[in-house]
Design a protein around this ligand. Structure first.
Ligand SMILES: *Cc1c(COP(=O)(O)O)cnc(C)c1O
Length: 417
């Protein structure tokens, strides 16, 4: 029997079995919501902070308080939060170029970093302005076969030149586990025992508010993330944040604008209120997305697909990977996610050769903010082993509709049982 009723029954039964996971997520939502509200209260956020600045943006009190609120939420000394940071990649690049000088080395200890960072790192003196073009050295330690850090490999790779240690919290679009705050804390302890003055940087994209603590509360010196992901709360139209030690945030701010200017200028152009309100909503929305991911993981596992993380595994980012058995199923799934969207549901995504990718990629993104991935979205490179990465969902009901639509389409086309 392959009909609507079967799908409804699958969902109902899954929802009953994942109650404990939901309870855990609700506890995290409460803790982070209160953390955010207390930060607003401590820094006395008022409605006049939401007004737009223009020109140089001197003495924009809303912008200054926003930086303090972010620092507070992330348990950091300082932060810089700006709509002028155009993406996660730009934000991370700004932090790294701020921290590193020629002949110093960046050492990533969580394997290959996220795709878009490869060109930031660069491959040599090629005039591109990459780290390597500036003679900043780069090395990385692959993860061990079990997906954990290769501790001895890390010990061997840290040298006199090593200035910055790079950690990526999220799996990104790889079939590996993400690193929890506890694990990141262990990494910090380990590298600082070997080299106490090393600066630990963490790419926090997709991680914010999925746990009760952030990497900066576990000893990481500097973090960076994107406002069109978790902390923008679906409302920030653009932007990024960098938080951590005061002197390091200053270096990044000097890189973002200019030495001597840093974060003292920068008109917010009317974006401030939505950045505040997005931060206020973010813990709740991240929780909605997490619940959706748990549901998807459970339902697709019940249908015989491999998922990562599994529904009952701890989560430290938004990404849910689902492994399909063939190309057609993979495409059907991604197209179904698009069909369940409020925006652009009438558009059918097709695989295409995206610049920078080796294989055709299909993406479902019916979002209010272009590319906003706290909103329900899915991506898949068209290649074996046919993995779809889905993330986000501003409301749990929306993700559920996505899952229902995907199951129905898979049943129709591929007689899923
Ligand atoms: C999204 C992401 C980035 C890059 O952010 P963009 O906004 O796509 O440039 C970097 N690292 C991780 C782990 C990410 O998830």
């Amino acid at each position: 029997m392959h009909d609507e009723e079967t799908v409804q029954r699958l969902i109902k039964s899954a929802e009953q079995q994942i109650r404990n996971a939901f309870e855990h997520i609700e506890g995290t939502i409460d803790a982070n919501q209160w953390k955010v509200i207390r930060a607003f209260q401590k820094h006395q956020v008022s409605d006049y902070h939401f007004s737009a600045s223009t020109g140089y943006g001197y003495n924009d009190r809303g912008r200054e308080v926003l930086d303090h609120v972010y620092a507070e939420v992330f348990g950091a000394e300082a932060a810089i939060v700006r709509p002028h940071l155009v993406s996660g990649t730009h934000t991370i690049a700004t932090a790294l170029f701020g921290l590193l000088r020629p002949r110093e080395e960046l050492l990533y200890i969580t394997g290959r970093p996220y795709d878009t960072l490869h060109k930031v790192i660069g491959s040599g003196p090629d005039g591109s302005g990459s780290l390597r073009d500036w003679e900043i050295e780069y090395n990385e330690v692959e993860l061990a076969a079990d997906g954990q850090p290769d501790w001895e490999g890390i010990r061997a790779a840290i040298t006199d030149k090593t200035k910055v240690i790079g950690i990526q919290r999220s799996r990104g679009y790889q079939w590996r586990t993400s690193f929890s705050i506890a694990q990141i804390g262990e990494m910090v302890k380990f590298v600082k025992a070997i080299k106490p003055d090393v600066v630990v940087f963490a790419d926090n994209c997709y991680g914010e508010f999925t746990e009760r603590q952030e990497p900066t509360e576990a000893g990481v010196d500097l973090i960076a993330g994107s406002l069109i992901k978790n902390p923008g709360g679906g409302l920030a139209a653009s932007g990024g944040y960098i938080a951590g030690r005061d002197d390091l945030v200053q270096k990044a701010a000097y890189r973002l604008t200019a030495p001597g200017i840093g974060g003292e200028v920068g008109a917010m152009l009317g974006t401030t209120r939505s950045i505040y309100q997005g931060l206020f909503l973010a813990p709740h929305l991240v929780g909605q997305a997490l619940k959706g991911s748990v549901l998807a993981a459970k339902v697709f596992a019940d249908c015989g697909y491999e998922t990562s993380p599994k529904w009952d595994e701890p989560r430290t980012d938004l990404i849910q990977a689902i492994r399909f058995t063939n190309e057609d199923e993979l495409i059907t799934f991604v197209q179904a996610v698009q069909k369940a969207a409020a925006v652009d549901a009438h558009v059918l995504p097709e695989p295409w050769e995206m610049p920078g990718y080796k294989h055709p990629v299909i993406m479902a993104a019916g979002t209010f903010i272009q590319g906003g991935s706290l909103e329900l979205s899915a991506d898949a490179p068209i290649r074996k082993p046919y993995i779809a990465y889905m993330q986000g969902g501003l409301t749990y009901s929306h993700v559920k509709l996505g899952v229902i639509t995907a199951l129905s389409e898979l049943q129709k086309k591929h007689s899923l049982s």
